[in-house]
Design a protein around this ligand. Sequence first.
Ligand code: UD1
Ligand code: CA
Length: 458
Amino acid sequence: MSTLLEIVILAAGQGKRMYSDTPKVLHHLAGRPLLAHVLESARTLKPAAVHVVYGHGGERVREAFAQAGVNWARQAEQKGTGHAVAQATPAVSDQATVLVLYGDVPLIRSQTLQELLQAAGSGSLALLTAELEQPAGYGRIIRDKAGQVTRIVESKDATPEEAAVREVNTGFLAVPATRLKKWLAGLRNHNVQGEYYLTDIIAMAVAEGVPIATRSPRDISEILGVNSKQELAQLERVYQNQRAQQLMEQGVTLRDPARFDVRGELRCGRDVVIDVNVVFEGKVVLGDGVHIGPNNVIRDTTVGERTQILPNCVIEESAIGSECRIGPFTRLRPGAQIADRVHLGNFVEVKKSRVGSGSKINHLSYVGDTTVGQGVNIGAGTIVCNYDGANKHPTTIGDNAFIGSNTALVAPVNVGAGATIGAGSVITKDAPEGELTLTRVPQSTKPGWKRPVKKSKS
Ligand code: UD1
Ligand code: CA
């Protein structure tokens, strides 16, 4: 495209049928606001400017997208789609081709938009239309005997004959800015809804002999808007199914593509297996041969080759090496750096800690602000007491140390390499390397001691 492109995104709709205090375009699809999806498609077209028309609750939209680098146009009152576009056009260059998108139609593909722009060329008006089984509610595309588009009639204004037409207006269109500005200025609201219809510019274009070109999306889901929570959920499944299909095409095994959720970016190596009900958030990278068991939540994490994540783990902002076995029921909090061949088991929580290769923390432990060496065995119920109520303190555990079960390591403290800590100890001072350290009260037996017996009531 050599012509200058400017994009206008309509996002002033209140979204009454969402029954929500949140502006419609801020509702999430795949973990991101609807508008973020539209902006992403818009940006792939490398426009000279993006204008967002906002209205109801719009200050929140502006705040949420303050860093998006878009121009904001306020539509104080919703007087129709033509009126909405007209709020943005004063800031649009006369040299531009204008592409109109919708903040609540999130699955439009940039490929489709590119085709529409090509159809607009330098002088035409290009419309994205679609054949629907059930066209009710949509504007109908009216063509003459030669098949040329002559106008669009809104559903509410259509005669029964017009209403029978199945080719509908998707709302997406591309048009030269100068013509658009002129036509918008000429719009009237003499229709059933008393609105300024963007669609009325079609008849104006035809009257001036401007050619109308039409294109269609590859998939109907591209043009579906979100007006209710049901539609939001439907589009979420469409989106997730698309992601699932892409991953399977790349060789990923999904136990059930219908129970698959990516809310961000997921990169997978070869022979990755993902069981049901796994939620991926942010940026997740899974190496070759990684197996993810059912019911896991994994956010902003890399997982090394052949590592297994067993069921029911919650893993955030962590890096896991290769050939590890994590879970079931492991919690990795931000800053967990797990080297290769590490085993982390049930009810083990690791935060902001390094765990060296081959180390095992298999049961019921908390490890925070700690550097764990290689080949370390941390017994069941070991707790690192990293917080004194005011500050966090570090702990180090040297290579091949063995920490007995139910040990409390009171930070700051160091356990030397090869040291052994007796079970049940409370370690408050450094434990020397290679030695057994324990703080246990010696066991004793009272020979012949008898349990008390209940006094008989006389
Ligand atoms: C519009 C089209 C119709 C098309 C349908 C596709 C017009 C007149 N009609 O109808 O031909 O088949 O979309 O879904 O264009 N908006 C504003 N400000 C307004 C009015 C609307 O920002 O004053 C935004 C809405 O937030 C929404 C979009 O424009 O994102 C479409 O508005 P909506 O009221 O849903 O239009 P429809 O009547 O469905
Ligand atoms: Ca609509």
